[in-house]
Design a protein. Structure first.
Length: 167
């Protein structure tokens, strides 16, 4: 993999955003030495996830906190990353009815009040109805279950992003 990128800076510039606003994961993966299989989406994902999972709970929470609300105020203002904008649009979240938008805001607020981080779901390929159903069921989880679910979703989002970038 290092053959594709002559420097750590070039690698981090390319893959530092795979985990939302968390270039430290790509930096740590580079510093740990990328395995031979890191030239594929699955192989690079494994290297990045290893660093994410090895991080303290506080650092992993920071990654969760870096994610935007689904159909949230940042989306309405056009302030999402290009990746988040595309992912939310792929699920039709940019076309919410006023009622759907209000429900998303209500759920976003309730979820963050309960767990202290935004609701995270890999939305690519899902409908707005499926997303709302998932949201409504997960808001009832206990904190540990939801932290584990949210971090698993972050990993899934990273894999989907890498599959768009690499073979």
């Amino acid at each position: 993999m290092t053959g594709f990128f002559e420097t750590r800076d070039a690698f981090v510039a390319r893959f530092g955003g795979v985990f939302e606003h968390s270039p430290w994961i790509a930096e740590a993966a580079w510093d740990a030495g990328l395995p031979a299989g890191a030239g594929t989406a699955d192989g690079l994902h494994a290297a990045l996830v290893t660093q994410f999972r090895a991080a303290s709970r506080e650092k992993r929470l920071g990654v969760l906190l870096a994610h935007p609300d689904l159909a949230g105020r940042l989306a309405v203002r056009g302030e999402l990353t290009a990746e988040s904008t595309a992912e939310q649009a792929s699920a039709g979240l940019d076309k919410c009815t006023p009622e759907e938008y209000a429900r998303f805001q209500e759920l976003n607020d309730a979820y963050k009040a309960r767990f202290g981080f935004p609701f995270i779901l890999a939305v690519r390929g899902l409908t707005r109805a499926a997303i709302l159903e998932n949201f409504e069921s997960r808001v009832a989880n206990d904190t540990e279950t939801e932290f584990a679910t949210a971090t698993a979703q972050v990993e899934r989002i990273a894999l989907l992003r890498l599959k768009e970038m690499l073979p």
